[in-house]
Write a protein that binds this ligand. Structure first.
Ligand SMILES: [Zn+2]
Length: 591
């Protein structure tokens, strides 16, 4: 059965819903109609009992897990003739990332110049426009002669592959905006929490209309309407417990209290970061069954502190994990798991069991999304989103934390092998593309029946060349955009009733006003005392009057796809002054 869904190309008119039979069985993707597969290895199910099958087989059909059995047990009915593929490794559910601004992940790690207390501060540092918002504005807004974005398909290809190389099978999406005023998410290879097109995977929201962001009644009403969750930034910064009531980051949370015994919180609320909360705040979250997303590396880089996850655990708050974005965060969720583990070991005395950390990136994330019937574990009925890491000895959870990017042998999404070794990929899919990771050849299978026509012809190799060149010449491209903006629009000459082709660009909601907010900004001290960082529109006005980007920007190096292929990453992490010494110096040992 093919799930009927509307999808939108990046270029040209919006096509009608595509129906009808799909191509040969081997290349079928998201629709739940893939072939029978059997993968053998050690299987870490992440189920309620944390069952590990030391020598097991995962049986997959139509994109879903049919059974997880010990190898000695008979195969399920109708799988008798299915060849068992030896993975030689340990299988886990695919990693689910609950927070990432994917669009920014071509940019390298920022050497954070000072320690900040909250999110309102660092966007004012001159570096921010020069290294982050400026280059992204150019990449997001540049248009070719035909009105389409020349860089967007390459960017999307690149950041999705970066996820695959880190074992990520689900993440937050790339937001796009069209000239017709439509906003939507790019739907590609990686599952996107905000656009699944699948009733078993209710869609999360990552943004709320302005009005709902600053009106408690609207906001609570919106929460109650959700069937997944609202993933919203919360209390981004640190709070000194001695002056907890004055903390800017924490005001953001306090504003969610709309009456003495009433909070704009419920089981659909998920606070991203939540670093500025004090222990009693987690009791409030827990009593409303709200959850949080922990992004330790980003928080430590910017603020020198992170969410009090020990208090969240004590209160019983469900914790997910996210790597935020590459300018201040891990390259992928596998990397973020390493930081979380190191933080747990060095600063929390090993309070969390290793399997609890792995749960944050798998089963907890599925719980937060209300996807527990379809994702987060390897159990019958779940989507076949899985990863395989090399080796099957020792503690499996430790093995995942310690896995190098080269130890990742396979990444499968919806029963389709997307990335892995030559041997394993060859067992499941036709040859497509390859990539070197730390000198080792890995295969990618990026063909997709529902692929976006603008992205599908762009190989990873082309994407790398395109972006490397664009970032190197970013000032030149800025000049081109500035010149084009100064010219009258050709649309003005078009006949009034001529249909305008739909073109898409990035909706960079961290740096441009999209009419949607990533944060509730409810008033705390009266109707005009909105909390959270100031609105982006004001900075956009400043931007217009500021130095042109063409004279400000300098060549930028494309961020490497993996830590294994980045000669500077670990050295730079070591020199990041805000990160506690035991973390910045200890991270290297986990790679
Ligand atoms: Zn964020």
């Amino acid at each position: 059965m093919t799930i009927a869904r509307t999808w939108f190309p990046l270029t040209g008119p919006v096509r009608a819903l595509r129906r009808g039979p799909v191509a040969e069985a081997k290349v079928i993707v998201d629709p739940l109609d893939g072939p029978k597969l059997a993968l053998a290895g050690r299987v870490v199910t992440m189920d309620d009992a944390f069952r590990v099958e030391a020598d097991g087989v995962v049986y997959v059909e139509k994109g879903s897990v049919v059974a997880v059995r010990a190898r000695a047990e008979p195969a399920p009915a109708s799988f008798e003739a299915t060849g068992v593929v030896e993975t030689g490794g340990t299988l886990f559910p695919g990693l689910i990332e609950l927070h990432n601004h994917l669009s920014y992940n071509a940019l390298p790690l920022w050497s954070v110049p000072k320690r900040y207390d909250h999110r309102g501060q660092w966007p004012n540092h001159p570096d921010y426009r020069k290294l982050i918002s400026g280059p992204m504005t150019v990449i997001g807004e540049l248009k070719g002669a035909d009105g389409t974005s020349p860089l967007l398909p390459a960017l999307i290809r690149y950041v999705e592959c970066k996820c695959l190389l880190g074992g990520v099978t689900t993440t937050q999406g790339v937001k796009l905006a069209s000239n017709a005023g439509i906003q939507r998410f790019y739907r590609g290879l990686i599952r996107n929490v905000e656009q699944t097109g699948d009733k078993d995977l209710p869609e999360a929201q990552g943004r709320i209309p302005d009005i709902e962001a600053k009106d408690a009644r609207w906001f609570l009403g919106r929460l109650q309407k959700e069937d997944s969750c609202l993933l919203l930034h919360l209390a981004e910064g640190v709070t000194d417990p001695a002056h907890a009531d004055d903390g800017v980051a924490r005001r953001h949370f306090a504003a969610l209290q709309i009456a003495p015994a009433e909070w704009a919180l419920d089981e659909h609320f998920t606070g991203i970061h939540s670093a500025g909360l004090i222990p009693e705040d987690f009791d409030v979250l827990a009593s409303h069954r709200s959850s949080i997303v922990w992004s330790p590396f980003s928080n430590l880089l910017l603020y020198g502190g992170t969410a009090r996850v020990e208090a969240a655990k004590a209160a019983g708050v469900t914790i997910g994990l996210g790597s935020d974005w590459s300018p201040s965060g891990s390259k992928n969720l596998l990397g973020e798991l390493k930081v979380a583990s190191l933080y747990n070991e060095q600063l929390l005395n090993g309070l969390f069991k290793t399997r609890e950390l792995v749960a944050m990136a798998t089963r907890n994330a599925a719980q937060i999304l209300k996807w527990t019937t379809a994702a987060g574990t390897l159990e019958p009925g779940k989507r076949a989103d899985l990863i395989v890491i090399d080796g099957a000895a020792g503690d499996p959870y430790d093995a995942l934390i310690r896995a190098r990017e080269t130890d990742l042998l396979l990444v499968m999404i919806n029963g389709v092998a997307r990335y892995g070794t030559k041997e394993l990929m060859g067992a499941f899919v036709p040859q497509d593309q390859s990539v070197k990771v730390d000198g080792e050849t890995r295969r990618l299978f990026l063909k997709q029946e529902s692929a976006d026509p603008a992205v599908s012809p762009v190989s990873l190799a082309i994407a790398i060349d395109t972006l490397r060149d664009a970032l190197k010449n970013i000032a030149k491209l800025a000049k081109k955009a500035e010149t084009a903006r100064a010219k009258p629009k050709p649309e003005a000459r078009r006949a009034l009733d001529a249909p305008e082709p739909v073109t898409w660009s990035l909706a960079l909601d961290e740096i441009a006003d999209t009419g949607m907010e990533l944060r509730p900004r409810l008033p705390l001290d009266g109707p005009r005392d909105f909390t959270g960082p100031s609105k982006v529109t004001r900075s956009s006005v400043r931007e217009a009057a500021a130095q042109p980007l063409s004279t400000l920007l300098e060549p930028i190096e494309l961020d490497a796809l993996t830590v294994a292929d980045d000669d500077d990453f670990l050295d730079q992490v070591e020199s990041e002054a805000n990160v506690p010494e035991r973390i910045r110096k200890g991270l290297r040992a986990l790679y």
